[in-house]
Design a protein around this ligand. Structure first.
Ligand SMILES: [Zn+2]
Length: 479
């Protein structure tokens, strides 16, 4: 029997995850993610899957982020008819994400065609896939819950374990029967962190793996503890209320906190924390608006997957028949009119809106309205990539451009760094130490940029894991 591993995406980079286990000539694809970057580069990379879709034996999806599931519709469009295995929650999140991606591409095509026509240019760009392809991909998904081992091929068993990254996220353990022995390969997908709200900590599979395919996004970074997030949130909310009381004496009343946040996971974490803070009497009930249609849809998915919750959320809410993602003063705004009406809201309040890096979406309109107002706090809770509006705000630039118009930044800018959904290098190494590594032959590092990966490789070697391989494109590694 021959076995090998290679990567078609997220080798020495952090996006477009596509990895392949080749077992006796059969290909098992782990994730089929979209590459996210500049339009030209993303289009070039995403059009070429790098594998014959109809030759794949099975697909395993670790979680529903776009850079892990975003090309599944293209895969089925190109002829893949087999199963796509994921946890039930990942199936729901991936379905939402794939459909959203199809919609965005359809809108882009209309917009770009108009632009080209105006300039008299030739236009031949077509979306990678359409809504029907996204629906077809959803229809091929097979839900397997955590810790329910299943055969996905004659001699290959798959078991999902909690990855602690986002709702439904899983590590995938492949157990391959090879003659009289078993070979086990553990793919972490994106590996999360301990003590994140809502979901459980990364699990430690009891079975000893022979190989681990490990993410390495923060191979050279340490994060703030997730425990700090709620305290800091409380502090910022209390300060807003205090400011408000001072203002009240002057008959003014318009403080607000604007939180740019990604629609999936970060928004629900914030809602959950606010609910806890109110429930525990740490902050008074403040009107909170989730102003993002995608976040509203994602929150309904969170509500129907309590099997993914950790003990804290069960103790605080589920036992008492309370919805952790809904409370008196929480509103999900859907229509554009409701969103606009927030401009005139007369009480101190919080607006959670997408997108997370302020590059698009309704959050831009809230920033236009409030960024010059010293009674506004802009709270940064996520990663802001270079050259984004979010990064400029985080850097406290005094003037920024939104929709081509210049604004002076007079709002307060605050930051909480404790929300990261990816493990840092020390957390990942601590997790490795919880595993039975008696059979471990090699760790393959994927999903990381060269500099962090080199640092991580060295740290792992210094901490008892000398056999690591930074996975490169075009290289095949025999197992
Ligand atoms: Zn992810």
């Amino acid at each position: 029997m021959s076995m090998a591993f290679y990567s078609l995406g997220a080798a020495e980079e952090v996006t477009g995850s596509k990895h392949v286990l080749d077992i006796d000539g059969k290909s098992f694809l782990i994730d089929c993610g979209a590459f996210q970057g500049s339009r030209a580069e993303a289009d070039r990379k995403n059009r070429n899957l790098g594998i014959a879709a109809d030759k794949i034996e099975a697909v395993v999806l670790t979680h529903g982020h776009l850079d892990h599931c975003g090309l599944l519709p293209l895969l089925v469009k190109e002829g893949y008819q087999g199963n796509i295995f994921s946890t039930p929650a990942s199936r729901d999140i991936a379905s939402l994400i794939m459909m959203d991606s199809a919609n965005i591409q359809a809108r882009d095509a209309i917009y770009l065609r108009k632009q080209a026509q105006r300039k008299g240019e030739k236009f031949d760009w077509t979306p990678l896939f359409n809504e029907q392809d996204a629906i077809q991909a959803s229809s091929q998904m097979v839900g397997i819950s955590y810790n329910r081992p299943m055969y996905i091929s004659d001699n290959v068993k798959l078991e999902f374990y909690d990855a602690g990254h986002i709702l439904g996220s899983a590590m995938a353990m492949f157990t391959v029967k090879k003659d009289d022995e078993e070979i086990r390969i553990l793919a972490t997908g994106d590996l999360g962190r301990k003590n994140k709200p809502i979901i459980r900590d990364p699990d430690s599979p009891k079975l000893a793996p022979d190989y681990i395919i490990l993410e390495s996004t923060y191979g050279d970074r340490r994060h703030e503890s997730p425990d700090n997030a709620m305290d800091k949130l409380a502090e910022i909310a209390k300060r807003m209320m205090k400011n408000n009381m001072v203002k009240n004496n002057k008959q003014e009343n318009k403080s607000r906190i604007i939180i740019p946040a990604f629609a999936i996971e970060r928004t629900q974490e914030l809602v959950y924390y606010f609910h806890l803070l109110v429930d525990q009497g740490i902050i008074p009930e403040i009107p909170i608006f989730v102003d993002s249609p995608m976040a509203t849809n994602a929150t309904t998915i969170f509500q129907v997957h309590p099997e993914c919750y950790d003990k804290e959320i069960k103790d605080a809410f589920i036992k008492h028949h309370k919805n952790p993602f809904g409370f008196n003063k929480l509103r999900f705004t859907t229509s554009v009119d409701e969103s606009k009406a927030l401009n005139d809201f007369k009480e101190p309040h919080v607006i959670i809106s997408a997108d997370g890096m302020c590059e698009a979406g309704r959050v831009q309109h809230h920033l236009i309205h409030s960024i010059e107002d010293p009674d506004t706090t802009i709270l940064i809770v996520g990663y802001m990539a270079e050259n984004t509006l979010g990064r400029r705000i985080r850097n406290r630039e005094s003037e920024v451009k939104i929709h081509g118009q210049k604004f002076n930044v007079r709002a307060h800018v605050e930051e909480i760094n404790a929300f990261s959904a990816h493990t840092d290098y020390a957390e990942a190494t601590d997790w490795l130490k919880t595993l039975d590594t008696s059979r471990l032959k090699k760790i393959f590092l994927v999903h990381g940029e060269p500099k962090p990966q080199a640092a991580f490789k060295k740290y792992l070697a210094d901490n008892g894991f000398p056999n690591t391989q930074i996975v490169r494109y075009g290289e095949t590694y025999p197992l």
